[in-house]
Ligand binder design. Structure first.
Ligand SMILES: C[S@@+](CC[C@H](N)C(=O)[O-])C[C@H]1O[C@@H](n2cnc3c(N)ncnc32)[C@H](O)[C@@H]1O
Length: 353
């Protein structure tokens, strides 16, 4: 934990003497770390320490003082397991979640059934280890419905689901209760946005709160049409557009991509992003009709088994053929993230002809 405190700035060579003097008169904030700044030291003082007191103590007329944040010198527990040592049994410690989603200043934990009765303890312990997170939430049930939102319950800290998350300097307004967002897609947002050339027309068919659109428009003078059926997701995208310096343009659209794409695009789009892994397969014909000859599709699906790479390529190729187009080139295929035990979110980038 850090705290804003007054300090005195002194030459490092006088450090030990001054520290002892301050400690004797109980003006030293001894639970906070002394900071080095070049050949000087900043010694943290008790709140409300008066400059006159320091002057008298050091018998000097010119004293340099200020206020700043000082880090606590008291070492707290470093891991969740350490913080819960003695609260949970060694067997229960074994069930503690090892990975969390960190979204802005909100941490999201998945509490296993075996630890359900200890969930509030776990939330408080998490905050004692990671004091920079204001809220600790637990996932409640699975992601469901067209909008891909799940429920959460508060474990510790401030009761909220809204925050601002930053990915590679891109600021994204998020509300976990109303719109989909996963911090595990940051590499994918960055990878796809790196491929966009100047002047491109990009359709982000399932934009959610708009991370692909925002990354692209921050980097490139491109036009991104960002569609989502969830009006609350598009509201958050509007907020993010105001928080980032964009060189390209984003046109947020609340619509069903099935209805919007065929009416608004006719083989005149350079790139379509289809990040709706549980449902994108139903929109292949719409994407094919939108894309120009040689346009690029980024298609997402879930995959499992021995070779999910072969499976996604074969599935998307079949669906594109059924839509009357072909896939002359597969540019890239990869596992984006684990989505469940032995299941992955997959992506394939392909040229559509
Ligand atoms: C996996 S999330 C999107 C994630 C987003 N691309 C990202 O990277 O964070 C899928 C999104 O598809 C949207 N969606 C579902 N059905 C849709 C439809 N028919 N038309 C447009 N958007 C739809 C949902 O509201 C949800 O925000």
């Amino acid at each position: 934990m850090s705290r804003e405190l007054p300090f005195i700035k002194i030459p490092a060579k006088k450090g030990e003497k001054v520290r002892k003097l301050l400690q004797e008169v109980q003006l030293l904030a001894k639970n906070y770390k002394i900071q080095a700044e070049g050949v000087t030291l900043l010694i943290p003082l008790q709140p409300d320490t008066k400059v006159e007191k320091i002057r008298a103590l050091l018998e000097e007329d010119t004293i340099e003082m200020g206020t700043r944040l000082f880090e606590s010198a008291i070492e707290g527990p470093r891991t969740l397991a350490e913080a819960l040592d003695g609260v949970l049994s060694p067997r229960e410690i074994g069930f503690l979640p090892r990975a969390y989603d960190l979204i802005g200043d909100i941490a999201v934990l998945e509490i296993p059934e075996e630890l359900e009765v200890h969930s509030i303890h776990i939330g408080n312990a998490f905050r004692s280890v990671h004091s920079n997170f204001s809220t600790v939430l637990a996932k409640r049930g699975a992601i469901t419905g067209a909008t891909r939102v799940r429920e959460y319950r508060l474990l510790a800290g401030v009761d909220k689901t809204r925050t601002v998350h930053t990915e590679y300097g891109c600021r994204i307004a998020v509300d976990l209760a109303t719109a989909y967002f996963s911090p595990r897609l940051l590499e994918e947002h960055n990878r796809v946005s790196d491929q966009v050339d100047m002047g491109e027309v990009v359709v982000d068919m399932f934009t959610g709160v708009g991370p692909f659109a925002l990354h692209i428009a921050r980097k490139q003078n491109a036009r991104v049409i960002a569609i989502d059926i969830n009006p609350l997701a598009i509201e958050l995208l509007h907020e993010s557009m105001a928080m980032n310096k964009l060189v390209g343009t984003i046109e947020p659209v609340v619509a069903d991509a099935h209805k919007y794409a065929p009416v608004n695009f006719d083989h005149d789009v350079d790139r379509v992003i289809m990040n709706h892994p549980s449902g994108a397969f139903e929109f292949i014909a719409d994407a094919c009709q939108s894309l120009r000859e040689g346009g690029i599709m980024h298609y997402y699906d879930f995959g499992a088994g021995e070779s999910p790479e072969d499976e996604i390529v074969s599935n998307v190729s079949r669906l594109v053929r059924a839509a009357g187009k072909s896939t002359p080139e597969i540019l890239h295929v990869r596992r984006v993230r684990d989505s469940a035990p032995y299941e992955y979110q997959m992506v394939v980038d392909l040229v559509i002809s």
